[in-house]
Every structure is written in structure tokens, then in C-alpha cells.
Design a protein around this ligand. Structure first.
Ligand code: NAP
Length: 257
């Protein structure tokens, strides 16, 4: 079944660290052609070297996806390198800071929304023609997967309301795209992490981190490597060809409302 992943062309935004990097590694282990993206490249030369030894192929495309034109250029650069797109993973995103409602200004709003909403919208828009064509040529479904969040279900922490609602927007628009593009054999699913041990949580005090652990039934943060296989499952037609429009929570038992 996993033969399907050999040569599969997978573009993963925000894959230079954290969840995206672990996901890129997993796809490379199964022989996929992976596009790595961040504003910068992968920092750690040992990881670059390790990736070079894996069965798949990868190229790194630096781009700031808060700008629509950069999204267009990233899609075109990936297609120029690998000849098409079978799977788009919209993973770039982040908190973008915290602000109480009464202090939110246009710059804060634009930053959080550009990072978490515009990037997903524009990447998907520019990738659709290639996903449609790949599905037509291969006769199996292609896929868009986006990284949601438990914050998209529970509103997010205090000061992170714009982020939480941006992720809710991502959850919701996938359901719309199911209606528009199922005829083209493209599936849309969300991977929704709870609290995962990445740079996302850097800067929090030990007290805050412990409170967070205490709120998770499994009593610990998840690792990026524990999230990555869900993308692999949802990207693989043989595993998930009849699954679309779903949100898969990966959160150690935190109750997503
Ligand atoms: P991370 O390690 O900070 O990864 C973020 C990735 O996005 C990096 O590769 C970063 O690379 C890239 N990125 C940031 N801004 C970008 C931009 N403007 N354009 C292109 N790439 C950009 O954090 P993570 O936890 O793995 O986050 C991955 C996704 O999971 C995000 O969408 C986040 O909201 C979501 N999430 C995380 C958690 C958690 O607990 N960790 C929970 C729920 C959801 P550069 O810095 O080089 O740009």
C-alpha cells in the first residue's frame, strides 16, 4: 500500500522546524518528493544531511507565505522542480503574538490573519489546478491537508482569539472546498494538534507549561513525530480515499469541543 507514496509530490509549507519538519522526514522515509518551506531554510546542517540519505527527494523553497504573490511563486517553483503536485500540506502558521481585544490594531490583525488564513487560502488556490490534473492523470485522489488547532475548536487562550478563530476559519473552509472540488477527486482534511512540543511554546514559563500538561489526560505534550503519521494517513489514497472534510484531533485526549 505504501508503494503509493514513492514519488508522490508533496509540498509542505512551514516544514523547516517542528511538526512540518517531522512530517517531511516521514514522507521522505517512504520515498516521496517533498518540498520544504519556511521563511528560512532548515537551520541544522545535520538534518539536511540526514534528509539527503533518505529514499525520497527534497528541495527547499524559502518563501514568506503571508504574501499572496509568494504563495503563487512557491507553487510554481515546486511544480518546476517536481512536475506537479499530489499533496499540499498547509502547515505554516503560528500564534503571531498575543493581544487583549482592546489593544488589537490593524497590524496585529493583519499579521495573524495573513499567516494563518491568507497563506492557506492562496496556497490552495494556486495548487488546485495541479492537484486536479494529478488526480486526472493518476486516477486516485489528491489531497489538501491543513494544520488546524484545538484553539480552532475552543476559541484559543486569552489574547489568542484571533489565532483561534483563524484556525476555526481553516477548519470551516475545508468543508466548503469539499463541496466545490470533490468532483475533481481532491480530498480536504484537517490535522488538529493539541499541545505539541515545538518552538510554538518557547518562552512559556515552567509553571504555565505544567498547567498545560495537567490539562491533558495523557499528562504530557505530544511530539511532532506523533503528529506526522496522521498527515501520511490522510495523504494516502489507499488508506483514506473515502475520507474528506474531516478534522482529526491529535491531542493526547484533550477534549476538543
Ligand atoms: P514551529 O516549529 O514554529 O513551525 C512553524 C513553521 O512555519 C516553521 O517551519 C516556520 O519557518 C514556518 N513559518 C512561520 N511563518 C512563516 C511564514 N510567514 N511563511 C512561511 N513559513 C512560515 O511550530 P509548529 O508547532 O510546528 O507549528 C506548525 C503548525 O502547527 C502551525 O500552523 C501551528 O499553528 C500549528 N499548531 C501547533 C500546535 C503546537 O502545540 N505546537 C498546536 C496546534 C496547532 P520560518 O520560521 O523559517 O518561517
Amino acid at each position: 500500500m505504501l508503494k503509493e507514496l514513492q514519488g508522490k509530490r508533496v509540498l509542505i509549507t512551514g516544514s523547516t522546524t517542528g511538526i512540518g519538519l517531522a512530517t517531511a522526514r516521514l514522507f521522505l522515509q517512504y520515498g516521496a518528493c517533498v518540498g520544504i518551506n519556511g521563511r528560512r531554510g532548515i537551520d541544522d546542517p545535520q538534518v539536511v544531511e540526514e534528509f539527503g540519505r533518505l529514499p525520497g527527494e527534497f528541495s527547499t523553497f524559502s518563501a514568506d507565505l503571508t504574501r499572496s504573490e509568494n504563495c503563487r511563486q512557491l507553487v510554481e517553483a515546486f511544480v518546476g522542480r517536481f512536475g506537479g503536485i499530489d499533496v499540499l500540506i498547509n502547515n505554516a502558521g503560528g500564534l503571531g503574538g498575543r493581544s487583549p481585544l482592546e489593544k488589537i490594531d490593524d497590524a496585529f490583525y493583519d499579521h495573524v490573519m495573513d499567516l494563518n488564513v491568507r497563506s492557506v487560502l492562496m496556497m490552495t488556490k494556486f495548487a488546485i489546478p495541479y492537484l486536479r490534473e494529478a488526480a486526472r492523470q493518476t486516477g486516485i485522489t489528491t489531497a489538501v491537508l491543513s494544520t488546524g488547532s484545538i484553539a480552532g475548536r475552543d476559541g484559543g487562550g486569552i489574547g489568542a482569539g484571533v489565532y483561534g478563530s483563524a484556525k476555526a476559519w481553516v477548519h470551516d473552509i475545508h468543508r466548503n472546498w469539499v463541496k466545490e472540488f470533490s468532483k475533481d477527486n481532491i480530498r480536504f482534511n484537517i490535522v488538529s494538534p493539541g499541545s505539541i512540543d515545538t518552538a510554538f511554546h518557547h518562552g512559556k514559563s515552567e509553571e504555565v507549561l505544567q498547567k498545560m500538561r495537567d490539562s491533558i489526560p495523557m499528562g504530557r505534550f505530544g511530539a511532532s513525530e506523533e503528529v506526522a503519521p496522521t498527515y501520511l494517513f490522510l495523504a494516502t489514497h489507499a488508506f483514506s480515499g473515502y475520507i474528506t472534510g474531516q478534522i482529526v484531533d491529535v491531542n493526547g485526549g484533550q477534549m476538543a469541543p
